[in-house]
Ligand binder design. Structure first.
Ligand code: A3P
Length: 281
């Protein structure tokens, strides 16, 4: 089934499954779900809810399979899918280019240190470790983080938790196929503090009416410290992310934090030069 007919606000409408116009490619643990949830309330957006993993995992199933995974959309809607793995998998950029060289690419990035801790916490949850013992978590993080190189402790940059945050490396690969104008870089830290600012940027980039504004966001006790979105300004209907988003983080000790800061500093600098923007962090 690839199209349906419905009676909508504009009369009879045909909804079709189409390949995406925009893809949210990452970075993992930077607020990708929040960004997709927020943009999904826009009437001119139709977003696939699950992560499709077509270009990294299911490519062999073919483009018709990919299309079949898309949500139904009217002609006036932009179709979006998100799979945060795409940013860091070196095969993906060329495959996306082969599908549509004009596709819009959405990247949301968070300070790589908190991103790394967030990903580490997620792996601990998946392994069903006792994640509420934050001190044990911090010790475990340190054990994974360092390697002994001829008597020196250095950061294990091949640990995916660390490597995924070397944004310059991953974005450079994408830039082999797409010009800088194909991308928007959303600040994941600011999406928590000032979500409307990031949503304004995103709506502009997607060339849709900027109807998601400050009035859509609300802090509830249900989701302390993280904004939830009102489906319409003034409406009581509110959507928050589930408990797997906004997990408690272990407290990393200051010297480890400093090592990570030193480690990421040159990569961050190179990254913001590459995309020609003021540093977010
Ligand atoms: P933590 O759970 O480590 O705090 P992703 O969706 O890409 O996996 O990113 C998860 C992160 O999104 C969370 O990491 C959280 O910090 C962040 N986030 C941003 N806005 C959020 C929101 N409104 N509600 C919940 N989490 C949000």
């Amino acid at each position: 089934l690839c199209w349906i007919m419905v009676i909508g606000s504009e009369g009879l409408e045909i909804l079709k499954k189409r390949l995406p116009d925009a893809i949210l490619i990452g970075a993992k643990k930077s607020g990708t779900r929040a960004l997709l949830t927020f943009i999904s309330i826009h009437p001119n957006v139709s977003a696939a809810n699950p992560e499709i993993h077509f270009f990294d995992k299911y490519y062999h199933l073919g483009i018709d399979w990919y299309r079949s995974q898309m949500p139904f959309a009217t002609q006036n809607q932009i179709v979006i899918e998100k799979t945060p793995k795409y940013l860091v998998d070196p095969k993906v950029a060329q495959r996306v280019y082969n599908m549509n060289k004009n596709v819009k690419l959405i990247v949301i990035l968070r300070n790589p240190i908190s991103r790394a801790i967030s990903e580490f916490v997620q792996t601990q949850w998946k392994q069903k470790r006792n994640i509420f013992d934050v001190e044990e978590q911090a010790r475990r993080f340190n054990r994974m983080l360092y390697q002994n190189r001829r008597g020196n402790l250095t950061i294990r940059k091949n640990w995916s938790v660390i490597r995924n945050g070397i944004y310059v490396k991953h974005v450079k690969n994408w830039l082999k196929y797409f010009p800088l104008e194909s991308f928007i870089f959303i600040n994941g830290d600011n999406l928590v503090r000032n979500p409307h600012q990031e949503m304004k940027k995103l709506q502009e980039f997607l060339a849709i009416k900027p109807i998601i504004t400050e009035r859509n966001f609300v802090m509830t006790t249900q989701k302390r410290g993280f904004p939830c979105i009102r489906l319409k300004p003034g409406s009581d209907r509110i959507k928050c992310l589930n408990d797997q988003k906004g997990r408690p983080h272990p407290k990393i000790n200051p010297s480890v934090f400093q090592d990570l800061d030193q480690f990421y500093k040159p990569f961050n600098k190179e990254f913001f030069e590459l995309i020609d923007q003021e540093p977010f962090w």
